[in-house]
Design a protein around this ligand. Sequence first.
Ligand SMILES: *Cc1c(COP(=O)(O)O)cnc(C)c1O
Length: 404
Amino acid sequence: MTKIRFEKSFTQQEGIPEEGIQLAIKLMRSGRLHRYNLEANEESQASLLEKEFSLWQGVKYCVACASGGYAIQLALRTCGVRLGDKVLANAYTLAPVPGAIHNVGAHPIFVEIDGNYHIDLFDLEKKATSSKAKFLLLSHMRGHIANMDKITEICQKNKLTMIEDCAHTMGSKWNGIRSGNFGKVSAFSTQTYKHINSGEGGFLTTNDAELAAKAVVSSGSYMLYERHGAIPSDKVFRNIRLEAPNYSGRMDQMRASILRSQLPKLEKNIKRWNILYDTLSEKLCEIDGITIPNRSKKESYVGSSIQFKVTNLDSESIPKFVKSCLSRGVDLKWFGDKEPKAFTSRYDSWTYIKNVPVLTKTLSVLEKTIDMRIPLTFSKEDCAIIAKIIGSEISQYNLNSSSR
Ligand SMILES: *Cc1c(COP(=O)(O)O)cnc(C)c1O
């Protein structure tokens, strides 16, 4: 019997909507690619995008940025993180997060994760007290939203300023409230593997007028800040415009135009993602030796990737299982790998950060965790094939390693 093979690419996103392509072509012909390089009475694409995104997100102010990592850095600076400050952060997140903390000269205090990939609430409280940190950079890593009622409470109790990293939760909600609307300031990414795609890009959002003005000027607006779409009044800018340093990191017209064409399709795409996610989740759960962590009823997620645990496999058989899935076209990532592949997500991979204690809980969760991207170019049928391949490959190793 020949084994079925999956042929599609796990890194193939959908193309840019035609309107976006046409607008980008027009911009290229005009040569006016900088967000402030406008004709008389022309509104910039970046400014329109900021307006549209802030409306969609339900937030007052929005600044389009060069990347998600840059937006995080700007968020940290504008909410007052200074040289030597401590910032609480998930021990499981993506490399640009500790990188942003390092870049502003602060020091991350890594907090354990729990079995559902959320920041561990007990460890968060413990470390908030012991470190005396005043900031929490909360990553909704891989789209998993922790109990935001409890986190908000912990932040209030410990006087922590919350900065949300919503790179994987654009469109997700907790208890009906959009992720990104809990903290003082939030960062989103529009890099290719997130929910809208401009290659690189990001947003900073906030309801705090002074913070927003600082972010606009620091993003590199010079004195042209009034050409932004979702900003506070001129008076707020007058107070800070010469005081906020220019950390040049603007978004350009091309990216803004291709994002504008995607935003109206986002709600529909979220539904499409979740059909794929739910199909995979249902089928993977039926497989012996695979578990998928519970998601709270209060969480409305966007299933653009899936994480599952291979409970019966040991660290020797997991790489073999991953390799045999890949030989059949199914591209999985193991977060427990000592040698990180493609991207780093575990605190012990960032060796520039010193004196980090061993976080046993995080390591033991990630030791069994497998991750898979779910591009929208997949169909429901594709998801069924993928689950079938995973099921047949894992069965060999389950038998070898378990005592059943
Ligand atoms: C992608 C991502 C970011 C930001 O990434 P950029 O590539 O800089 O846009 C931040 N946090 C997480 C968790 C991410 O996945």
